[in-house]
Ligand binder design. Structure first.
Ligand SMILES: Nc1ncnc2c1ncn2[C@@H]1O[C@H](COP(=O)(O)OP(=O)(O)OP(=O)(O)O)[C@@H](O)[C@H]1O
Length: 253
């Protein structure tokens, strides 16, 4: 059976800056997978290429065995994406956003309505469903974005920092929804800086540093008896950032 995600030698450069320098990312089907790495490691660039939002300079990407760049429509029908920056249709209400997205995906209108109602309820957005998305808080935007990404029941779901700005109660709800989703054989790939969360949720982890995957596999293989945070610091190297130079900071005269 094909992996949910498999890239080979994925490469992207912005001018002189190599953002992704030959990434072999693997995520088995049915995984709850975490993509971690320090700021600037190349996570967003990798996810953007994998989801067909950014054209790679080199390499191959397959999702459930389908090539992302030779079969873009087929692949996009099969995936859900919560992108970084959450570009949403700001002048639609939350409910309109789901109705519009569902119809764009070709789902019959009454079925879209049924799914939208259920998702709004699970995401605790029923009261805010008629408010314009532009007036949503950060956490509400994440939740409506996730609802929109789930509406067509994708086989693989890609989430860039899905829990950022989401309150703990809503985060638990999102986690329950995602757990149920992976339990049925679908795959979640999400990027996060919160190691405790990745450790708690994920059964598969890919660690990126400086544009490369430096460790990848089942959570316990990557941790090797350490906490994920310790493993992460060992893998990416604790950086001396010259903080000893901040002698003027604190204790005002
Ligand atoms: N559009 C762009 N133009 C120029 N450089 C870019 C662009 N997008 C990303 N980069 C550079 O590519 C590198 C990887 O960035 P990327 O956003 O993929 O990292 P990241 O791992 O997602 O970081 P973070 O955790 O901070 O979100 C960085 O050095 C960044 O400055």
């Amino acid at each position: 059976m094909a992996d949910a995600v498999r890239t080979q030698g994925l490469y992207k450069r912005f001018g002189q800056q190599v953002a992704v320098g030959g990434v072999d990312l693997v995520v088995p089907r049915g995984s709850f997978a975490g993509l971690v790495g320090p700021n600037g490691a190349g996570k967003t660039t990798t996810l953007s290429m994998v989801t067909g939002l950014l054209r790679p300079d080199g390499g191959r990407i397959e999702i459930d065995g389908h090539n992302v760049w030779t079969d873009p429509v087929g692949v996009k029908a099969h995936i859900g994406v919560l992108p970084e920056g959450l570009r949403l249709f700001e002048r639609l209400s939350g409910r309109e956003l789901l109705m519009y997205g569902g119809q764009l995906r070709g789902i019959p209108l009454d079925e879209v309505g049924r799914r939208a109602d259920e998702l709004l309820k699970v995401m605790d957005l029923v009261e805010a469903q008629d408010k314009l998305v532009v007036d949503y808080s950060t956490g509400m935007r994440k939740k409506i974005g996730l609802a929109a990404a789930l509406l067509h029941n994708p086989g693989v779901l890609f989430l860039d920092e899905p829990f950022e700005g989401v309150d703990p109660v809503s985060a638990n709800t999102l986690i329950e929804v995602l757990r149920r989703y992976t339990a049925s054989g679908s795959t979640v790939v999400f990027s996060s800086h919160v190691m405790d969360l990745v450790e708690r949720l994920c059964d598969w982890v890919s660690v990126m540093n400086r544009g490369l995957v430096v460790a990848q596999g089942p959570l316990d293989d990557v941790r090797r008896g350490r906490t994920l945070n310790e493993a992460f610091l060992d893998l990416v190297g604790v950086r001396g950032n010259g903080e000893e130079g901040l002698s003027w900071l604190g204790s005002p005269a």
